[in-house]
Ligand binder design. Sequence first.
Ligand code: ZN
Ligand code: MN
Length: 141
Amino acid sequence: MLTLKQIITMLHQKGHKVTPQRLAICEILFSYKSHPTADEIYKRVSQKFPTISLSTIYQTLNLLMKLGLIQELGFPNISSRYDANTSPHIHIICPKCGNTQDYEDKKFEELWSKFITKLNFKPIGQRLEIYKYCDKCSKIG
Ligand code: ZN
Ligand code: MN
């Protein structure tokens, strides 16, 4: 995973402005492992920048995705989450609220990478997901 400094350098190199707002969005994405939604990012950034709009958040997210710096985890019926870790790794996802946690298993990830490289085509994407109701949602029933 890249550091904030590397991200800033990359944005500059590709000719993109690093505004304080953009920086704040990047900071949230790259320092929290919580897979935030656009709304969550918006709420947090607007504490510091009250005039920021949700569309600025989406524009920045789209830019970071285009540059391959983050990945979008889209789900049917619930908001997408964003992940600054773009290497293949396992997610445990609550299908009710979308709560997304990393599940680390280096051996499996290695095995998976080998499997992917052995394919005789180049996949356009890959997701490793396990579904489980989170503690909060399993209490509600
Ligand atoms: Zn849940
Ligand atoms: Mn993740």
